[in-house]
Design a protein around this ligand. Structure first.
Ligand SMILES: Nc1ncnc2c1ncn2[C@@H]1O[C@H](COP(=O)(O)OP(=O)(O)O)[C@@H](O)[C@H]1O
Ligand SMILES: [Mg+2]
Length: 312
């Protein structure tokens, strides 16, 4: 049960421009990845390194110029309509900015249930119940159903976007910089939520970010991209049983990717949202999840102090 890409390439032809302009951009160049069920693949890289293009290839929204995306072993290109529909249900996107990804004229109920309507799942009443349950899973109160995006904070909107992504019970979430448009104060809450959903549902997550500290912290594997290529692939730090030498001896080249220079996510204040998510419980939840993950892997527990780096 894996979503994978083999030697993916994506080249964009430039529109007819001046003669001295390049005729094409190679956005993704010979990138292979594997996202097994229930795991997190972190993708980091500076702006323009091809992360979003990789995400769109993985979602089947773009056709690769080279290589192929495989869904549970089989290339997407060979899918008939039924298999394509199953793929669309199984692999769901979460985009960077929920403010632009969600329709502002619609109620949160309509937004959350739209994927269900699209596949003619249930009736109005059953869908409202489903929407309420989805909101519960992302720790939003039921009253949000009747609100509109303009009434919610960025963090709450990203939770709505995640609830919507979960509507068809996907097994893979492709999250393209899901924190970047959010206030720093709510970022940890969204990370906690994704980890929690993963632990509860066995979701596989492709987590794209330009923040290596967060990615390294939550990922089983990390793929570092630079100018469309994979600069490095390494296990996420949290997966390592022993103190490891720095995973990323500062590679020459990528300016703007300052490795390990940001505080770990534990340092970020947790989000206060609704009645349930106090700062303290969000922090404790994250500790519990981390410990569970460590135990599952049979490695030493990791202690994450409220400030400072990971300690083993
Ligand atoms: N639809 C497109 N048409 C032409 N060029 C594109 C298109 N999408 C992305 N690119 C180019 O491909 C490169 C990688 O972009 P992108 O995948 O968005 O990077 P990232 O998400 O890492 O910032 C950039 O140079 C970008 O300008
Ligand atoms: Mg991008």
């Amino acid at each position: 049960m894996t979503l994978s890409g083999e030697h993916l390439g994506k080249r964009f032809e430039a529109r007819r421009g001046r003669r001295d302009q390049p005729t094409h951009t190679v956005a993704v160049d010979d990138v292979s990845f594997a996202l097994p069920a229930g795991t997190t693949l972190g993708v980091v890289g500076e702006s323009g390194s091809g992360k979003s293009t990789l995400a769109r290839l993985a979602l089947g929204l773009l056709a690769p110029s080279q290589g192929e995306v495989r869904f549970e072993g089989d290339p997407l290109t060979g899918f008939d309509r039924a298999r394509r529909r199953a793929f669309r249900r199984a692999v769901a996107p979460v985009f960077q900015d929920p403010r632009s990804a969600l329709n502002w004229r619609h109620s949160i109920e309509t937004i959350t249930t739209e994927p269900l309507v699209n596949v003619r799942d249930g009736n109005r009443r059953s869908r409202r119940e489903r929407a309420a349950r989805l909101l519960e899973q992302v720790h939003l109160p039921r009253r949000v159903l009747d609100q509109r995006p303009a009434e919610l904070s960025g963090g709450m909107l990203q939770r709505v976007a995640i609830a919507r992504a979960l509507a068809l019970e996907p097994r893979y979430l492709i999250c393209d910089e899901p924190l970047s448009a959010l206030d720093v104060s709510v970022q940890a809450g969204v990370v906690n939520l994704l980890l929690e959903l993963q632990a509860g549902r066995g979701l596989a997550i492709m987590f794209i970010s330009h923040d290596l500290a967060v990615v390294r912290h939550i990922s089983d594997r990390v793929l570092v991209m630079y100018r469309g290529r994979v600069l490095e692939q390494a296990p996420g730090r949290a997966a390592l049983p022993h103190p490891a030498p720095p995973l990323h001896p500062a590679p020459a080249g990528p300016a703007g990717l300052r490795l390990g220079s940001r505080p770990p996510v534990a340092e970020l204040p947790a989000e206060s949202h609704g009645q349930r998510g106090s700062v303290v419980t969000a922090y404790q939840n994250r500790q519990r999840l981390l410990h569970e993950r460590m135990e599952q892997r049979g490695v030493d527990l990791v202690f994450v102090p409220p400030s400072g780096d990971l300690e083993y």
